[in-house]
Unconditional design. Sequence first.
Lengths: 738, 276
Amino acid sequence: VARLIRTEKEVEGRFEEVWLVVEEDALEQWPQGPRDVVGRPAARVDGLARARGEALFTADIRLPGMLHAAVLRSPHPRATATRIDLSAALEAPGVRAAIGPGDSPALTAEPGYEGQPVAAVCADTLEAARAAIALIDVEWNVLEPLLDPDEAVARGSLFDTRHSDRGDVERGLAEADVVVEATYRTQVVLHNSMETHQSVCRWVGGELEVHISTQYVWGVRNELARGLGMDPDRIRVVCEYMGGGFGSKNGPDDHTFVGAELARRSGRPVRTALTRGEEHVAAGNRAATIQRLVAGARSDGTLTALRGEFVNAVGAAGWNTFTEGPMQTLYACPNVRTTTHGARLNLPPMKAFRAPGFVEGTFGLECLLDELAARLDLDPLELRRRNHADVEPVEGRSYSGKNLLECYRRAEPHWGRRHEVRARSTATVKRGVGMASQVWWGGGGPPSYAWVRVGSDGHVTVVTATQDVGTGTKTALSQIAAEELRLPLEHVTFAVGDTSRGPYSTLSAGSSTLPSMGPAVRAAAADARRQILELAAQRYGDDAGELSPGQLEEVLALLGNGQILGTGARGPNPAGMQVLTFGVQVAEVAVDVETGEVTVERVAAIHDVGRVVNPLGASSQVEGGIIQGIGHTLSEERLVDPVTGAILTRSLDAYRMPTIADVPEIVSELVDVPDEHLTNLGSKGIGEPPIIPVAAAIANAIRDATGADVRSLPISRAEMLAALSAARNSRLEEPARA
Amino acid sequence: VKAAIVTPASLEGIPADSVLLAGGTEVVPQLREGLLDADTLVDVSALVPRGIAGTCIGAGTTLAELEASDAVPDALREACRLASSPQLRVMGTVGGNLLQSTRCWYWRLGYDCRLRGGDRCHAREGEHREHAIFANELCASAHPSDVAAALVALGARVRTSRRELAVAELYRLPTAGDPRTVALEPGEVLLELDVKPPDASAYLKAMDRKRFGFPLVGVAAVRRGEAITVALAGVAPVPWLLDGGFDAATPLPGTRWKVAVAEALVARALASIRPA
């Protein structure tokens, strides 16, 4: 039965109060532990299709008569185009249409970052389109760019500033036996999805068909409808296979608006695909942060105060992420004050990137905690246990499920290795172990729907317009359908990624696909099973007992061309409770103190995300998160010319992602206890949690190994050598001070 | 980018301004990025000697072949092994590797810098954390070839289609009037290297990831009897023969760290080639 509720909806740490139509979630959770299919490792159901190249990604879409678009991007971070002449481009060979500012909401004559779209053309070939772009004549009035986040705060160039106060921080600091204070900095990093941002737009009559590499087919449809002034039902959005997004592909983006307009003008399908170089300037990034943090504690380690002033270097567009989130929510500290500025700069826009804000904020907070532990001469794991939050500290709500103490308990054997690890140090290579905790959302929510179709051959098709962004969504959801229907996994086919063929699903961001869609798929499968059992009762009598596999086959065979259609919806989240994920990671590093080389040798990750549906898929997510986190910690950085604001790292040569040789031994352990208050499944998402504690765990291991405080990412050789030198100098000064 | 590929029967009569193609791992990306302009590429891979015979190495020999050969001195073999990725080493030739351009991001993005005859070094004034610590007054670009540093340290000689010279003499520091870093004449083609075996040699390299990175600092050290030669990659606009110590270094504010790394790697390389 559908019902209307007023509830809080969270995506990537942003909350809004909304009215939601929800259906009751009447199913009991399965008992804890592996079942026939759910809870057992399953290879990707589409793995062979991907390996054989049969899977069609947006990059593979070639529609009849398709044209190629190229985009003229601003060469200046801040400028005004006083004249834009498209005529030479329009007359160039093969060109079918050209547009400029005013022709599409995505084009501007007043760019606010280098790379912002100004004009676009479509032509028979990509070469012709690119050649035509060079013929567009623009007269620029170049303006001074604003590049420094602190200066933006001083000048009031801000998206917004958030203040939060809990308890009395001044009193908390006065009560502290020890106060530590430090400034942490994190850099801009790029998502670098294997498939660049791209779409193919085609008009069919008055309807728009969009093939797009996206994390949210419904969001693309709704945003295009708003931007183009269209009825959403006249837009169809398709994404069957998707080559990565990490938060950067939640909407249609400029390239799709450009493609839609060029397709309308030319009357032909238009493909608009970013090159790798364009991807590095105009596809979004994780914003840089500056975090000025203070912590006070009693000598027994009890936190008395936390204070943070955060600057998010948002860029020309984007939002002020919840970088203060870990400081506010990870520990039971009575006095917490945070201020968070979102700086507006003439730099490319930020976009959500795998746990936005929390990756950055956890680096600062969890390094600060270890600096505190060192001052108190306390074991860092013990310090974290002593400040465990038994209830959610911001509003005092209870947790729907929290097993962080169990994560700590399971971390002990890994943490206990540190004496042996340190003992393997040499004169030049110092080894150490560090840890960091993790808190994040990941509970998903309504609305999300699924349909389950069962045919007489005993094969099942699950239909839902969600998308598999490469995380194994199709596989895990197929496992849930197979489990509920008591059928083998091979009997389940999963159809995704088409707004005209399946019901609404949430976006694949915020670690929400499985916890949102899983319960809906189970409900739909249960609805189908109920109908099958009703038929069986009529065939075998009400008291026939449990249906045998043979009877199931026989009943379904009776259907002939008939089909059973089950429908299901995601029920509401538990009222008044906080649904969160938790975890801890323990990293082992080796630091060459002469050359500044840092090697991550081992990372043990223990996370609490409720019931694990596919242990194999989940460990893949943990490994991917840690590897991406190692890039963030050690080698990746988007570089900008400090004077002009021009982007310098526009290739995978200049921008350094980790290689397989940088990957350490990864031990992935999941607590795997269903969240008893959360849906018929008890599962939360695992996409984001594993990247959150990586940087802090590595930095803390470096401190353990060398005594050096690294407070700025990435920990390049220059950064590492500077930190070592600072540590040496402070050790030299110490006796004088005493 | 479209360019015709021609495969002439001999090196005679190739137009002097031709863009030569061997492995293509440097020429093709430069064409694609618009840094090189050519309607025609001259494929010389069948005309340049390939393979190792005694102390003689064909300029068309791939890095993968050198890396796998016991006949090659340690410093050169190790420089090949630590260069680039396995896929690129299978394609890239030693001759092409010696002639590759800098990875300076300003140069690679087409800035009109001193290396292109312009009047500014954007790196000196801007982002230069990976740039040169020697001979960087005019242009702060860093030479990216591990192999070149190894060959310079080994005192290797090169035979071209016109003459024979030391590998070190292939290179010249850019000057205000002439920004070239390679002293080849138009139409001159590298053919063969002669690498006399040393008593001991080593190559050590600092990257900012474990593999598939150009040298932040590369150190080649070679010993013949009592005589030691050290050459560095990634520290100057050309492969750098270390004559004396690092007192002559002129690091920029963002490249001081390189001096410490280079000193440490030189000390380790020397220790590893010391007589037993």
